[in-house]
Design a protein around this ligand. Structure first.
Ligand code: SF4
Length: 409
């Protein structure tokens, strides 16, 4: 936080005024959210939170020893056909929270030792977030703020956030507006996202780490590789290298899997191939980028570091494992799968959960061993309405390094 408390209060008021004819994002719905008007994101005047807690599945530079303090906000200003978190983004699974409650969440993450406050899909809730920050800062909150968004941001709103946000972590989804229109329902994603990234970089510059390798300030861009080159990776990496900075830290993500309404598009009905992912890496290197995290290679999960194009296994990825668990007891019909998915997502794990015909629940999860241990401990308890009798667990080597967690029906 690089502004005074008084200035922060002024920024909160400025964002609050935008809710009267909502213009918190480029959709510009102009609904009065104070009067319960609902725009494209269907958010109200209060923030809505799906879950929060230490998250160990984020980029290594955000995690530290106690995790990234992640708050998953409900609702989204984009409608992506393939959204992995569609129950949160589109169905708005979650709970409305008052400013005081949100401030309490921020403070609880700090008390838990989290390296930062990682705000996931914060855009529709910018006004509530800054109001909550006023309260949290007054009570001693001082962690870096990570703005973890879809890249479709208003430059004017970003200017209000100048000095509040320490790390911008936008998705850069598409290099082609036709694709953005078809897959996310947005007519001008390329122009808007590029304007937003220029403003983000103007404010915070390239990503800077402290002596422990934890990000303190700067820009971290995520780009999800889609099948058939749909994401326009070539244009994305050229834009970043030429118009933002060749030192931009980029996470090239391989975790696309068909979810939500992906079946509506034939190209989206499969995962990407190793060849498609390798081609994306080559495009990034050829464009001149040299700080990027990649998720899959012939070596397994790797981190590409430095201008010497040296591939290194990351410490985080070396302990990736697979947990296969069968949960016995009164565990069906009590939202067990739903809560398992929330817990696994919070822990940054990938995998699946499903009901089996014999009345048990099968959970398969992959990720860092420590996070899997936490999930296993949680499975022994389950959600409030469940009665867990026992959990049969088997450990395996990880098969893949992805981060989505889905309910199989
Ligand atoms: S934040 Fe929501 S209501 Fe406001 S302009 Fe964006 S999509 Fe519309």
């Amino acid at each position: 936080m690089r502004i005074s408390k008084r200035e922060l209060e002024g920024r909160a008021e400025a964002l609050g005024r935008r809710l009267s004819r909502c213009s918190l994002c480029p959709n510009g719905c102009a609904v009065d959210r104070w009067a319960d008007g609902r725009g494209r994101c269907r958010s109200g005047a209060s923030a809505r939170v799906a879950s929060f807690g230490p998250h160990f599945g984020e980029e290594r530079v955000l995690v530290g020893s106690a995790g990234s303090g992640t708050i998953f906000f409900s609702g989204c200003n984009l409608v992506c056909l393939y959204c992995q978190n569609w129950t949160i983004s589109q169905e708005r699974e979650g709970t409305d929270v008052a400013d005081e409650e949100l401030a309490g969440i921020l403070l609880s993450l700090q008390r838990a030792g989290c390296a930062n406050a990682n705000l996931v899909t914060p855009t529709p809730h910018a006004a509530s977030i800054v109001r909550a920050l006023v309260l949290a800062v007054e009570a001693g909150f001082e962690r870096p703020i990570v703005w973890n968004c879809g890249g479709y941001e208003s430059v004017e709103v970003l200017q209000v956030l100048d000095g509040i946000v320490d790390i911008y972590m936008p998705d850069l989804k598409y290099g082609n507006d036709d694709v953005g229109r078809q897959l996310s329902g947005i007519p001008d994603y390329v122009r808007r996202s590029q304007q937003a990234l220029r403003e983000m970089h103007r404010q915070v510059g390239d990503l800077v780490m402290d002596a422990d390798g934890i990000a303190r300030r700067g820009l971290l861009v995520r780009h999800l590789i889609l099948p058939e080159g749909l994401a326009g990776t070539d244009r994305i990496v050229r834009f970043l290298a030429r118009e933002i900075s060749p030192d931009t830290y980029v996470n090239l993500m391989d975790q696309y899997r068909p979810c939500y309404r992906a079946a509506e598009r034939p190209e989206l009905r499969r995962r990407i191939t190793p060849e498609e992912y390798a081609a994306a890496q080559t495009l990034a290197r050829t464009a001149g980028l040299h700080r990027f995290r990649v998720a899959r290679s012939p070596l397994g999960s790797v981190h590409w570091a430095g201008r010497t194009a040296r591939w290194e296994a990351t410490d985080v990825m070396k302990d990736e494992q697979r947990l296969e668990a069968i949960v016995h007891g009164d565990v069906q019909g009590v939202f067990f799968r739903h809560h398992t998915r929330l817990e696994a997502t919070r822990l940054g794990l990938s995998g699946t959960v499903r009901n089996l015909a014999d009345g048990t629940v099968e959970v398969i999860a992959e990720g860092p061993h420590a996070a899997l241990e936490r999930l296993l401990a949680w499975l022994h308890r389950g959600p409030e309405m469940a009665r867990v009798e026992r959990v049969d667990a088997r450990w395996r080597d990880a098969k893949e390094a992805s981060s989505g967690f889905v309910i199989l029906r």
